[in-house]
Design a protein around this ligand. Structure first.
Ligand SMILES: Cc1cc2nc3c(=O)[nH]c(=O)nc-3n(C[C@H](O)[C@H](O)[C@H](O)COP(=O)(O)OP(=O)(O)OC[C@H]3O[C@@H](n4cnc5c(N)ncnc54)[C@H](O)[C@@H]3O)c2cc1C
Length: 406
């Protein structure tokens, strides 16, 4: 298993349940890359892809707004071109409807797929099931949000109307000028995303799995296909290889014969240790590209999309933007001593992960590209990978998630 983020670690746990001897290989400690700093939402109803017709119209305005949810570092435009053209192509009404239908086969089980792992590892206390409140600061924002609400309802995702008074009772710390809200009761909240990965990796070790700190550079091929991975700490023979290396997966996939338009959608967070306000659940100002999540270490405000590269230095002004947004959302907030972080969402233009067997090698499997939904989808992906490796039928048709769909 290459990659000890939430996706690789969840896959490893599912494989260990089947009795496989699993080695989880990562150049960093488990859960210290992208899975360290996400917003903590396990959101089974997030079937709407990133690219929609409505989104495309808003892009020019976002790019001109320094507080906007999207920035592009144009120096990287040439390299970003395959992702951006793919994103535009995936944004037509027909494609959006199809992608939503495909995600609606995969995401609804997201929380359920965590249940056995949380129970066995005794990590259930890290996941709360208290839903998410979407808030809207104007009638126009509420009108724009109706398409997202309608799409969810079409697939049976519960979305409850909340009056202004009820919103303030639910969340007294919110700004008084917010005009509308809806409640999504099915969203789970991870109160320590890094702790969840660390805990699952420890659980894997207790079950006899190995966690190895090494950078994977190469794959070697025997007469029957790939037979080992080459790391900076030696060669590791493998009966099966699973690539779950997040935003870094495309180099390994190319080595194994598959080319994918994987890009990093960089995102930021600020975590405020003593915010002096106490939201009770996740709050997302809809359409603004960030959410606020109460966690064990404080209030985390996370989001925004920055298109640049894996190597470009963080632009910490993006974290300042999040602090400014937090002050607007919660007028009483104290943002002193906030810590800041940047991470790499592993994103594909059609907002669907790659989950499946390699079309070239029967003992190679892919589990990457979960974009904005890696924490959400990790356990479900792990279950499917477990079924594939065991040769069992998968619970859903994985064709829409195949690596050769591009
Ligand atoms: C600001 C922000 C907020 C987010 N909020 C949410 C949210 O609320 N809900 C949600 O579901 N998702 C959210 N996400 C997305 C989610 O965090 C990611 O989709 C998820 O963490 C990806 O997990 P991963 O295991 O694929 O990748 P990672 O966590 O990045 O792990 C990949 C691992 O592979 C290792 N690796 C790579 N190449 C090699 C190599 N050659 N050799 C050895 N090791 C290698 C890396 O070191 C790394 O540890 C958010 C993301 C961001 C940035």
């Amino acid at each position: 298993m290459i990659g000890a983020g939430i996706v690789g670690t969840a896959c490893a746990c599912w494989l260990a349940r089947d009795g496989h001897a699993v080695t989880l290989v990562d150049r960093q400690a488990p859960g210290t890359a992208t899975s360290f700093g996400n917003a903590g939402a396990i959101s089974p109803g997030s079937i709407e892809p990133l690219g929609t017709p409505g989104m495309l119209w808003q892009v020019p305005g976002w790019l001109l707004d320094p507080l906007g949810p999207l920035t592009v570092r144009w120096r990287h435009a040439l390299r970003l071109a395959p992702f951006l053209t793919g994103l535009v192509r995936a944004s037509s009404p027909a494609r959006v409807a199809r992608i939503a239908a495909e995600l609606a086969t995969y995401l609804p089980d997201a929380l359920k797929a965590y249940e056995p792992l949380l129970a066995e590892s005794r990590l259930g206390h890290l996941v709360r099931r208290d839903g998410m409140l979407w808030v809207f600061d104007s009638d126009a924002a509420f009108a724009k949000g109706q398409a997202s609400i309608a799409l969810r309802r079409r697939y049976g995702v519960p979305v409850e109307n909340v009056t202004g008074d009820a919103m303030r009772q639910m969340e007294p710390a919110l700004a008084p000028d917010l005009r509308h809200a809806v409640f999504l009761p099915d969203v789970g909240r991870v109160v320590d995303p890094a702790g969840l990965v660390t805990g699952l990796a420890q659980h894997l070790q207790r079950r006899g799995g190995q966690v190895m700190r090494a950078a994977v550079h190469e794959v070697t091929f025997g007469s029957d296909g790939p037979d080992a991975i080459v790391t900076d700490r030696g060669t590791l023979p493998a009966d099966a290889i699973i690539v779950a290396a997040g935003a870094w997966s495309s180099t390994l996939a190319r080595r194994l014969g598959s080319v994918v338009p994987l890009e990093t959608e960089r995102g930021y967070h600020v975590t405020i240790p003593d915010p002096k306000v106490a939201p009770r659940r996740m709050i997302q100002p809809h359409g603004q590209g960030f959410l606020a999540t109460p966690m064990t270490m404080g209030l985390r405000v996370a989001g925004t999309v920055e298109l640049a590269s894996l190597e470009a230095a963080p632009d910490w002004r993006r974290a300042e933007v999040l602090l400014a947004k937090a002050r607007r959302l919660f007028p009483g907030i104290d943002t002193a001593n906030a810590t800041r972080w940047m991470g790499h969402r592993p994103s594909l233009p059609d907002s669907k992960p790659v989950i499946g067997r390699s079309p070239m090698h029967k003992n190679v499997f892919y589990a990457f590209g979960h974009g904005h939904l890696g924490l959400t989808g990790a356990a479900a992906t792990g279950r499917h990978i477990g079924d594939l490796v065991a040769g069992r039928p998968t619970a859903i048709d994985l064709k829409p998630f195949a690596i050769d769909r591009f």
